[in-house]
Design a protein around this ligand. Structure first.
Ligand SMILES: O=C(O)C(=O)C[C@H](O)[C@H](O)COP(=O)(O)O
Length: 323
């Protein structure tokens, strides 16, 4: 190696987002009258890092959490699957974000109630984070959830994307629109500039309409997203149909089959995570298949983080997972 050979980045993927605790009522129970809840750690971005780490990638998750048991509870979950946390901010005060969930069963819809005001994460801004370490990565993964929380967290996401581009780090954006956190209009304002910087954009067909006002067939919607933002790839889902991949080389629809849902949260993140694994391996078309498989695995066990044994998702390239 020559003295000035370029050093490869420390992480494959780095991400930033609010660690939370999910409190889920039992099947058939209403939150208003329940006497017990099931607790598990949660965070969209950490879920993505957590599965990637189980797939053998080096990942870094940054958040800001209060000192004490609740923050430790969240960190222990993601640390247990090998996510690096060297840039984690801990503060003596502030709240831990919570979300309550009634899982719902047809015809009752699932219901999520966020309790994430006044949290430590919301009070943390650009200057509190170690950007040299955070951006020592091949890709930075950002989501609309973090941008939705406050103007300050939106600034953090914007800064992460701008700095990444300046330093030659790829940006991957998951729109992940949460109507309980912000409006489509605000989401569009905050996310459009980041989508323009993204090499891979994850945006469901529903979110394309709610956030960017784009409608049509999946082929048309993904084409419009790609034309508008110039991303290398657009990856889209449409409830139980799809997924769809749009690259400069073409449009690829995938076929999917239903699974028995045990616990829904985290399935989207697993899809994104395993798709990114494919992208980082140089084959996003296979990655989408891995994503489909990972999200099925996610749906069939409890918890926001998808846990797999080593090798369980090691599907050889070219395998038809829907066989
Ligand atoms: O909603 C939020 O703010 C969270 O970060 C909590 C959850 O861990 C993810 O939302 C799960 O996301 P899906 O994989 O799309 O089900």
């Amino acid at each position: 190696m020559t003295a000035n050979a370029a050093k490869s980045p420390k992480y494959d993927l780095s991400t930033i987002g609010e660690g939370q605790i999910r409190l889920t009522v039992g099947r058939g129970e209403r939150l208003m009258f329940t006497r017990s809840v099931h607790m598990n750690p949660a965070c969209s971005e950490a879920n993505v890092a957590g599965l990637l780490s189980q797939l053998g990638r080096e990942t870094l998750w940054t958040s800001s959490l209060p000192e004490g048991d609740l923050g430790d509870y969240i960190l222990a979950e993601y640390r247990s699957v090998g996510v690096h946390m060297d840039t984690m901010v801990r503060r003596p005060g502030g709240r831990t974000a919570l979300y309550f969930m009634e899982p719902g069963e047809y015809p009752m819809p699932a219901n999520v109630i966020y309790d994430r005001e006044w949290t430590t994460f919301r009070a943390t801004g650009i200057d509190d984070y170690d950007w040299d370490e955070i951006l020592n990565t091949k890709v930075i993964f950002l989501t609309g959830i973090t941008a939705a929380l406050t103007d300050t967290t939106a600034e953090v996401v914007r800064y992460a994307a701008d700095e990444a581009v300046k330093r030659g780090v790829e940006v991957i954006l998951d729109v992940n629109f949460r109507r309980k956190l912000w409006s489509g209009e605000k989401a569009r304002e905050a996310l459009e500039p980041i989508a323009r910087q993204a090499s891979v954009l994850f945006c469901s067909i529903a979110d394309a309409e709610k956030v960017f006002g784009i409608t049509g067939t999946p082929e048309e919607v993904t084409a419009e997203l790609q034309n508008r933002f110039g991303c290398k790839y657009v990856v889209s889902t449409n409830h139980t149909e799809g997924p769809y991949l749009r690259g400069r080389e073409g449009f690829y629809p995938y076929r999917t089959t239903p699974v028995n849902v045990i616990d829904r949260p985290g399935a989207g993140d697993s899809f994104v995570s395993a798709t990114i694994h494919g992208y980082l391996s140089g084959d996003i078309r296979e990655g989408v298949k891995w994503g489909q498989y990972a999200s099925k695995v996610a749906l069939t066990h409890k918890g926001d983080l998808t846990r797999v044994r080593p090798g369980e998702l090691d599907i050889p390239l070219g395998t038809d997972i829907d066989r």
